[in-house]
Structure formats: C-alpha cells, structure tokens
Design a protein. Structure first.
Length: 242
C-alpha cells in the first residue's frame, strides 16, 4: 500500500487507492476493511478513510459485515449479468450515434486508442489494460454527441473495472480478441455504418459478459470447493481429537 499525500481531493485518492487494491486482488472478496489499518497504510487520518468507505459502499464495492464493520463485497454474478445487458444497449447506442456524428474524428483519433490498447496488453500491466479499455469506450461515448451516455455508464465503471480485473489476471487470448473487436467497431464508425457499429458493439459487450461470467463462476466454484474441503478437514480433525 502506498502513502497518499494530503491534497484537497484526499477522499477521492483514498477511494481510488482502495478501488485499485480491490481490482488487483490485494483486497479480495470478504476482506475486512479496518479504518485504523487503512489510515496507517495510506498515511492519512481516519476521516478521509471513513468517507471513502461510505462512497465505496454506495458504489457496491463495499458492504456491511455480519456483526459490525465493512468488508469487500463479493461479486454477484446476477448483478454483473444485468449490468452488462444494460451496458450492451447503451454502448450500442453510443456506437450508432458516433457513426452519424463523429466518423471524421473516429478516423483521425481512433487508431491511437487501438494502438494504446494493444501496447497495454503487451505490457502485461492490469491497470493499464483496464484504463485503455475504459478510454476507448469513453471516446465512443464522446463521439456520440450525447453526454447522458457517459453519465449513465460512469457510476458503474468501478464495478466494471473490478470484473475486468478479476478476469484479466488469468486471461490468455481474450485481451487481443477484445482489441480486434474494438478495431472492427471503430472501422464501422469511420465508414458511417451506424447499424453495423451498433450490432458489433452489442455483440462485443454481450460476448465479453459471457466470458467474464463463465470465468468468474468457475473461480467461485473452485473457491467454494476449497472452502468445503477445509471445513471437512477441520471437522475430521476435531472428531479425531475427541
């Protein structure tokens, strides 16, 4: 954990620090969040940590623990599925409008986003891959000319970043396929083909959701299986000692 320097946006910095550690897996699901420990780790007082945790709770990354205190919220597969279904519609609309309103900018500026994404994959850095993905989709939202698209999706990016982090830590070919699909969406926008851009965007989001949900379910099943085996061993040990 890195020490955070006191600045006017101190709470936001603490929010980002905790979010980054949840995304990276340093703070896994169900990890207890103790304000005093976090304050010492980040080199800040308890007040910004307390405010940051309240914000993270409102965003669904943190929840009340049984008894008292806060923990990192476990990932809810139904919530993720619902979120990506909504995102597919919104991102499809953004791509269609971008083809009508921003094809010239897409041609001039879009290739840089694709290149940045491929470089991020080559770097192997998780944060860089996620930020490149967010930047590409934010660019399409900007090209759409409808500011409500970004305002609609922005509150959900912390959860989306977390899902991407969980999956990309163990990814193989998926990041490259993702950027191939991004490039195809961009090409359709440059050509001014709104219908194709919308369909490609929706297909991309839903395919990605399917892969993410399948992998996350497999991870959770594995973790649950390991937890069950540990419980059986503890029970057997306790029985042998009586």
């Amino acid at each position: 954990m890195r020490v955070i320097q006191s600045q006017p946006s101190l709470v936001d910095q603490v929010v980002e620090a905790i979010t980054s550690e949840i995304i990276s897996g340093e703070l896994p699901s169900n990890a207890r969040l103790i304000q005093d420990e976090l304050a010492r780790a980040y080199g800040v007082s308890r007040q910004p940590v307390q405010q940051a945790l309240l914000l993270l709770r409102s965003r669904g990354l943190v929840r009340e623990a049984e008894g008292r205190g806060l923990i990192v919220a476990p990932l809810d597969l139904d919530f993720i599925r619902n979120l990506y279904e909504i995102r597919a519609v919104v991102e499809g609309l953004a791509a269609r409008l971008a083809a009508s309103n921003g094809c010239n900018r897409a041609e001039a500026e879009g290739p840089r986003y694709i290149a940045d994404g491929l470089e991020a994959v080559k770097s192997g850095l998780l944060d860089r891959q996620i930020e490149a993905d967010i930047a590409f989709h934010a660019f399409l939202s900007e090209l759409s000319g409808n500011p409500l698209i970004n305002e609609t999706t922005a509150p959900h990016w912390p959860s989306l970043r977390r899902v991407m982090g969980e999956v990309l830590r163990d990814a193989d070919e998926m990041p490259y396929n993702t950027w191939d699909e991004h490039a195809a969406i961009l090409d359709a926008i440059v050509m001014g083909d709104g219908a194709k851009a919308e369909q490609l965007s929706r297909d991309h989001i839903l395919r990605t959701a399917g892969v993410f949900i399948t992998r996350l379910k497999a991870q959770q099943d594995l973790q649950n299986g390991e937890a069950g085996r540990r419980r059986i061993k503890r029970t057997a040990r306790a029985a042998s000692e009586t």
